[in-house]
Ligand binder design. Structure first.
Ligand code: URA
Length: 451
């Protein structure tokens, strides 16, 4: 069939009537999206038809493949890297700085990680914003630079190149204003097409559920994970997903520079246990699925070794130097026991919020923490807003900890002399403090694995 065999209104009607689009029809439609052959209103109508009538897995794979090929691809990677090109995608959570630790730790295990990340919006912090808290760091790179960095170091964390999956850029912008964001097939298409354009061998997904996550219920997170794993495999990538709990913030730091500092600590093997556990479990999936280790236990042990023996932090140091940081600055940030605040931007003021009563910490509301961090200036309300890298929250307690009346619960790092009005009360309310200890404290946030 050729272009003349189809037209956009017929395809919209077909989908509206609940029929499946053929591979040739999907191919035609996505090409027209990129070539401006689909009007804005037609794209909105098609996305709504998809939202209401759904896509089969076959259609979703086809849509995703066409989206992937709508622009340039990274690579081709050298043949000797076969099986070693890996990446992770997270649906986003509060205090989620996993990428900053995982990419260098995997590089230290011999993997190649061409990580393409995003910026934060509303409650979700963005990996690129966090990295940019490091003076001099740039997140833009050409494919040639990425190939060189992967050859020399093994990892980089950069923003999307201008022509990577242009179909998604157009579709996402229309989804955003037509009530069609939260469709599993469209989410899978959007995320998997971008990861497939990295020409990965293996992908792991961190699908979060809970108060601080996009998906509140575990059941829904698992359903999305299953859809994304199916589509990832359909595009030829070994894909698996961890379903992880996001009721309370991950680690103890929320805010850009604060999260970099915690990541460097974790890269030295001194990170909070919940953060390190997720890093090890996601990385172990990649090492196992790629056939580089015989079990996920061995993968975790290999990764843990790189955190303890200095190899992971060395990779991080090399990665940030490649990405524009002055070598002496990188060395000073990454040296064991370094005072990272000589390098990272520090807020002008700190205020400690104290516990109103004695007891045990049962919960820390992730969404409230994210909201406060956002209002301090660590995040952006609109995509064009500037952000403040220095501000954020430093939790003084974790789930299960004993606290006494008057002891610190959280340190607020702020740049205006006065904290935003009502924030102190709001933060106190984020802590669920009970007279007796919680019955059980999960040792891992990983609730399920889909592979
Ligand atoms: N992130 C994306 O890139 N696309 C989606 O559809 C949702 C989250």
């Amino acid at each position: 069939m050729n272009k003349a065999d189809f037209n956009v209104p017929d395809l919209i009607i077909k989908k509206r009537n609940g029929e499946s689009l053929s591979s040739a029809e999907m191919d035609y439609f996505v090409k027209e999206v990129v070539n401006d052959g689909v009007q804005e209103c037609q794209l909105g109508a098609m996305l709504m038809a998809i939202y209401l009538k759904d896509l089969t897995d076959e259609e979703t794979v086809c849509l995703t493949k066409n989206m992937m090929h709508s622009g340039e691809l990274l690579g081709p990677w050298p043949a000797e890297w076969k099986g070693k090109v890996v990446d992770k995608h997270s649906t986003g959570g509060v205090g989620d700085k996993v990428s900053l630790i995982l990419a260098p730790a995997l590089a230290a295990c011999g993997m190649k990680v061409p990580m393409i990340s995003g910026r934060g919006l509303a409650h979700t912090g963005g990996t690129l914003d966090k990295l940019e808290a490091i003076p001099g760091l740039s997140v833009s790179a050409s494919t040639e630079e990425m190939t060189r960095w992967l050859t020399e170091v093994g990892c980089c964390i950069v923003g999307q190149t201008a022509n990577l999956v242009p179909a998604d850029k157009r579709m996402y912008a229309v989804r955003d204003v037509t009530g069609t964001i939260d469709h599993f097939g469209l989410i899978a298409g959007s995320i998997i097409s971008k990861k497939a354009a990295e020409q990965l061998d293996v992908l792991v997904l961190d699908i979060k559920f809970g108060i601080g996550a996009f998906m509140k219920e575990k059941r829904r997170a698992k359903a999305l994970a299953e859809k994304m794993v199916t589509i990832g495999k359909g595009l030829g990538m070994k894909t698996s997903a961890l379903i992880t709990q996001m009721d309370n913030p991950l680690g103890r730091m929320i805010g850009n520079a604060l999260e970099v500092a915690e990541s460097v600590q974790c890269l030295h093997g001194n990170g909070p246990s919940d953060l390190e556990d997720i890093v090890l479990k996601l990385g172990a999936q990649l090492l196992f699925q790629s056939g580089n280790v015989d079990s996920t236990e061995k993968g975790e042990a290999d990764l843990k070794k790189t955190l303890n023996n200095g190899e992971a932090v060395k990779k991080f140091q090399e990665m940030i130097i490649n990405q524009g940081v002055d070598p002496n600055t990188a060395k000073a940030l990454c040296a064991k026991g370094a005072d990272m605040w000589k390098i990272l931007p520090k807020s002008k003021f700190t205020t400690t919020i104290k516990s109103p009563k004695s007891g045990f910490v049962h919960g820390i509301q992730a969404l409230t923490c994210a909201d406060c961090s956002l209002n301090l200036g660590a995040g952006r309300h609109a995509s064009t807003d500037p952000i403040n890298h220095a501000v954020g929250l430093e939790l003084c307690v974790s789930i299960g900890d004993k606290t006494s009346e008057g002891e610190g619960l959280v340190i607020v790092h702020h740049d205006s002399k006065e904290m935003p009005s009502g924030m102190s009360e709001k933060l106190v309310g984020a802590f669920d403090i009970q007279p007796s200890p919680p019955k059980s404290i999960p040792t891992s946030r990983v609730a399920d694995v889909v592979s």
